[in-house]
Design a protein around this ligand. Structure first.
Ligand code: NI
Ligand code: MN
Length: 225
């Protein structure tokens, strides 16, 4: 069984057997975060891209916990230059870790470090753990290849940005849900900042109307997969 916890914005933890995995742990400076970064532990941290609201507390947590950070090559090299162990991957690549498989997909967005340096291409993340497939879209606009991602993976849970401005809005994320055909869609990347206000309840309703299932998670809520 996998325990999936939402920390607001795009941040999640997954706990499976003895493994603790964090995705995009932006906690410090996130007004909605229900925890403090110093209380989060990780064996692995998987990053979608280098922007501050995704890289977040990665370096501090990884140094304290001796975590391995999994990211696309350019971002992984940056992480490594900060004295943190990183596993370099890239889009389309899949690798088996002790907890399961990670594959990076495309995402239409940008990626830079806090210093403004180019961090390679942004990515979406596919995790295959204990027979479950989890798709975290990262930051992205809607793209047609989501249909392919849905056709080639039986997705149990998809986390999709709905906040607009930097990413898909509610209606584009509903279309993405139709492409992906995940068993459950969780809306992310909304309400953290004034420019990404979105109605997650409306999103859930619209996904339901499309014959699919979405659920808005409370900040700090854990579900079991
Ligand atoms: Ni971003
Ligand atoms: Mn973002």
């Amino acid at each position: 069984m996998i325990k999936l916890t939402y920390f607001a914005h795009s941040a999640f933890s997954l706990e499976f057997e003895k493994f603790k995995i964090l995705i995009d742990p932006f906690i410090t400076g996130n007004p909605l975060a229900p925890v403090e970064a110093k209380n989060l532990n990780a064996d692995y941290i998987v990053l979608s891209h280098g922007h501050g609201d995704h890289l977040g507390d990665t370096i501090d947590i990884a140094k304290r916990c001796k975590s391995t950070v999994i990211a696309v090559n350019e971002l992984a090299n940056y992480i490594n230059s900060k004295g943190v162990n990183a596993h370099n991957m890239h889009i389309g690549g899949v690798y088996s870790f002790p907890f399961g498989k990670v594959k990076f997909t495309i995402a239409h967005h940008g990626s830079s470090s806090p210093e403004g340096d180019y961090m390679g291409e942004p990515a979406g993340i596919l995790l295959m753990i204990n027979g479950k497939t989890i798709y975290h879209a990262g930051d992205t606009g809607l793209f047609m290849d989501m249909k392919l991602i849905g056709e080639t993976n039986k997705i149990d849970v998809a986390m999709l940005p709905i906040g607009g401005n930097f990413t898909m809005d509610v209606d584009d994320a509903v279309k993405a849900s139709e492409f992906l055909k995940a068993n459950l869609v969780i809306p992310i990347h909304f309400n953290t900042f004034p420019v990404i206000q979105a109605d997650a309840d409306l999103f859930v309703e619209k996904v339901k109307k499309a014959g699919l299932t979405a659920r808005k998670l409370n900040f700090g809520e854990t579900i079991e997969l």
